[in-house]
Design a binder for this molecule. Structure first.
Ligand SMILES: *Cc1c(COP(=O)(O)O)cnc(C)c1O
Length: 364
């Protein structure tokens, strides 16, 4: 018999190659002044009173399991976007749905094509599935290279992820290039459009994803209540897909994954859409102020259609992040590559612009 204390459990080998998710750091407390967390693309506004009210009520039944089929929520989403409830699947954030999308499409021997740098959850969920991730570098202006992505598709490709606007770099894909791209993707390969930042997108050339989706059975649109709707902590996202895919997503979902509180808060948020959209407009204006301010200082910031900006600082990335933290704003550094700064409170933007000005001066 083997010694019970020395044994190691045999885990799946794929775990060894999976990168760790680096969560945005919380704001560090500093005596005498407010500090800001602009490291996780969160909505800086507190919950709407109408949503909080619904959440308080929903908490009363936390001894019960939620509606496993998320029927009322799927109906509300379907109504809001003029699709059928059967074309909607929900999950524990869109990250939860991403994992399920991998489960229903891809396994060992299969390939998943996606742009890089993009959302850091992609290599994690792909790695866990056992499939092989195929990263296609962004263009020099930090955009998806959709021609190169189409070129990267092989007989083994089962899933393609297009992140628009792209986290962490900011640009959105354009309607014409997306249509051209989709025309080249085999009809049995699922293409997921990750639109976590849809509501912030003001690019005139952006596609209307649902019009793109409707005639194409192999396209799915992934969205979330975490960013524009301000429900990041409740974990609820949705996927609009044709019935075959949506139904598979519902079959593979973690049972009771989306809590009753989250379901109710999401329904209330759809009902309060106009009020939330007002905040989104404020954030877009603040984003543009940040973008222009940084460019005026000489930073080569790519276009952004999301609630963050990307500073491609290369090997000065960690220095910038440290300077920002010292000034009371915590950003998200990607070592050796760049810094992502979320759009938060007005004071956070002011503070960040001051850091950027000092940093530019010190760098000479
Ligand atoms: C934030 C984000 C998500 C959403 O995550 P949730 O799990 O819904 O909170 C999805 N995709 C991208 C690209 C993101 O940046």
């Amino acid at each position: 018999m083997t010694d019970a204390t020395s044994g190691t459990v045999r885990l799946r080998a794929t775990l060894e190659s999976i990168p760790r998710y680096v969560a945005g750091k919380p704001a560090t407390e500093q005596p005498g002044r407010t500090t800001y967390k602009i490291s996780s693309n969160e909505n800086p506004y507190p919950p709407l009173p109408s949503v909080l009210e619904v959440v308080r009520e929903a908490m009363q039944s936390m001894n019960r399991y939620p509606d496993m089929g998320t029927v009322a929520l799927r109906e509300a989403i379907a109504k809001h976007f003029e699709v059928q409830p059967d074309e909607v699947a929900t999950g524990t954030g869109s990250v939860g749905l991403l994992g399920t999308l991998l489960q229903i499409t891809s396994g060992p021997g299969d390939e998943v094509v996606y742009a890089w740098r993009s959302f850091e959850a992609y290599p994690i969920v792909i790695g866990l599935s056992g499939a092989t991730g195929v990263q296609v570098p962004l263009t020099s202006d930090a955009r998806h290279d959709l021609d190169a992505m189409a070129d990267a598709i092989t007989d083994r490709t089962r899933l393609v992820i297009v992140c628009s606007p792209n986290n962490p770099t900011g640009p959105a894909v354009h309607a014409d290039e997306l249509e051209r791209f989709l025309d080249r993707v085999p009809s049995d390969v699922l293409v997921v459009l990750d639109e976590a930042y849809l509501e912030f997108n003001r690019d005139d050339d952006a596609p209307d994803a649902l019009s793109v989706w409707r005639p194409r059975p192999n396209v799915a649109v992934l969205r979330t209540f975490s960013k524009a709707y301000g429900l990041a902590g409740l974990r609820v996202g949705y996927c609009i897909a044709h019935e075959q895919v949506a139904s598979a997503l519902r079959t593979a979902a973690v049972p009771f994954g989306v809590s009753h509180v989250a379901q109710q808060a999401a329904i209330a948020s759809l009902a309060a859409y106009d009020e939330l959209d007002e905040r989104v407009r404020e954030l877009v204006a603040e984003r543009d102020r940040l973008l222009i301010g940084l460019r005026d200082l000489g930073y080569a910031v790519p276009d952004t259609q999301a609630n963050f900006v990307w500073l491609p600082l290369g090997d000065r990335t960690l220095d910038f992040a440290a300077a920002a933290e010292a000034a009371g704003v915590v950003v998200r550094p990607f070592a050796g590559d760049g810094v992502r700064c979320s759009v938060g409170e007005v004071e956070a933007t002011d503070r960040l612009l001051q850091v950027a000005a000092d940093f530019a001066t010190n760098a000479g």
